[in-house]
Design a protein around this ligand. Structure first.
Ligand code: NI
Length: 259
């Protein structure tokens, strides 16, 4: 059984056939999904999804690209949703994204990242971290503000094994997604080869980032099998072992026995 530690089924890309896709995903052996918030509107949509489906868990937070225009009221909304949803398992996705120059300023992203780390500490929840083109600042903030106090995952990890080791030392899991199946993704393959399976989670980040052989298409959790197969190939173990251990890791990180 697979566990998708990072998905966005609240995304409009699923509006036409969401329930059909979720049925297909369940039939493909996916036992759990964490649906991650991004903007303020997604908070309500995710609450509804998690209430409707017992295998969907909720993560509430503001993505660094979606913090423009947020004020302190957004922080109290974050508390409200995270505390009132019975199936909240994390704060996320939160972090830093320096990829596009017209994203919110670095300073503003850092303020929101730190503020949401504090929310997670306050609520004793793990965090789901987004980091793109911001490796050093992400690591420094997580270290300085004790981001791993209640555990966490560096989602869609695509960096080198050296940094991966440092994150593992802090207590983070690494989320491995479709990128690992891409031929040119040498760094993430090297990371998967080196970091023990006990520190890895599977994720899709759907509807984005579909793995080969479905690269470029809309992604969904039934594609976890291709990610597991590639990890198995790199580590010379069976895909079943990858599925079993990464699902166990997710259950531990998100404390699913408590939900
Ligand atoms: Ni995401």
């Amino acid at each position: 059984m697979y566990f998708d530690s990072h998905a966005h089924y609240d995304d409009a890309a699923f509006n036409a056939d969401r329930e059909e896709v979720l049925q297909k995903v369940c039939n493909a052996g996916v036992e759990g999904i964490v649906d991650c918030a991004s903007d303020i509107k997604s908070l309500e949509r995710i609450t509804e999804l998690a209430e409707r489906h017992k295998y969907i868990y909720a993560a509430f937070g503001f993505h660094p690209e979606d913090i423009g225009g947020l004020d302190e009221e957004a922080v109290s909304l974050l508390y409200d949703y995270a505390e009132s949803c019975a199936r909240t398992v994390a704060i996320g996705e939160i972090g830093l994204d320096y990829h596009y120059p017209d994203n919110p300023s670095k300073e503003m992203q850092q303020d929101w990242f730190i503020e949401q780390i504090e929310v997670a500490k306050d609520l004793e929840l793990p965090i789901i971290v987004h980091s793109r083109d911001a490796a050093k600042d992400t690591y420094d903030i997580l270290k300085e503000y004790d981001g791993a106090r209640n555990g966490g995952v560096i989602h869609s990890y695509s960096g080198a094994p050296e940094l991966a080791r440092e994150y593992v030392k802090l207590g983070f899991y690494l989320g491995i997604g479709g990128m690992v199946t891409f031929q040119n993704a040498k760094k993430v393959a090297a990371t998967v080869a080196e970091i023990p399976l006990e520190h890895l989670l599977l994720e899709t980040d759907c509807p984005y980032l579909a793995p080969a052989p479905n690269r470029g298409k809309r992604n969904d959790s039934s594609n976890l099998q291709y990610i597991a197969a590639r990890i198995a190939e790199i580590k010379s173990i069976t895909p079943e072992e990858v599925a079993r251990v990464t699902t166990e890791n997710a259950r531990k990180l998100f404390r699913l026995e408590d939900v």
